[in-house]
Design a protein around this ligand. Sequence first.
Ligand SMILES: Nc1ncnc2c1ncn2[C@@H]1O[C@H](COP(=O)(O)OP(=O)(O)OP(=O)(O)O)[C@@H](O)[C@H]1O
Ligand SMILES: [Mg+2]
Length: 255
Amino acid sequence: MANTVINNHHTNIDDGRSESGIIHIENICKVYGSGETEVRALNDVSLAIKQGEYCAIMGPSGSGKSTAMNIIGCLDRPTAGSYYLDQVNVANMNDVELARIRNKKLGFVFQQFHLLPQLTALENVMLPMVYAGIKPGERKDRAKEALIRVGLEHRLNNKPNQLSGGQQQRVAIARAIVNHPVVLLADEPTGALDSHTTQEVLDLFNELNTSGITVVIVTHETEVARQTKRVVWFRDGQVLHSHLTPHELHQLVLS
Ligand SMILES: Nc1ncnc2c1ncn2[C@@H]1O[C@H](COP(=O)(O)OP(=O)(O)OP(=O)(O)O)[C@@H](O)[C@H]1O
Ligand SMILES: [Mg+2]
């Protein structure tokens, strides 16, 4: 099993501004199809994200953001290059190994929430602990704790269709943090929410980041990116800017 620890002379990427990082990608390529239909979705991408960062990934449609997120989230493998997640090279792991890493290290939040409609909020949040092998007695307590953390202690027994969009997304966030992930990944988490609810969800991300969780969000909305601490800008399958501040982003969008 690929289990390589990064050695020091491998850490000098990203303009030398980052140490090894919790997410450390080196020279990654992702090619879909072959011959006539070949698409190079990622072309030699290197990127490091340190523990405790709060980062937005932005860029035009088709620039490779979701492809990068799928690789960072261990949902897909790169065609070439290495990916160290929390010091372990996961680039060549098989599906079973990747699933184990996902469950242990990562939390996911999606635009469409992806809650199971027949389960209550509490049961939805308990689910990742079933896969993680947490004892049944402990699951309920931890799920409750996570739902309290997102402000939903009064909705434990409601099913998703009895909750507002913002409440459903908060259940999804509780589910994402219940196994204490090292990184929280979100692909357009506010894409289906109105501006008031978007702000509630962003306040929650901010709070989780302040408590130490590394947060990475893909977004099209400058208003969302503005509330993170770092913006990574993709274009044509490459990282065009790896350390835009939200202020620099604002200037870029205005220019
Ligand atoms: N499964 C696939 N098969 C073939 N090509 C793909 C596949 N997935 C993505 N692509 C191509 O790879 C490129 C990058 O796609 P990706 O979905 O990463 O872009 P994106 O930045 O997330 O765009 P959007 O903002 O529209 O979500 C695009 O040209 C896309 O058409
Ligand atoms: Mg996308």
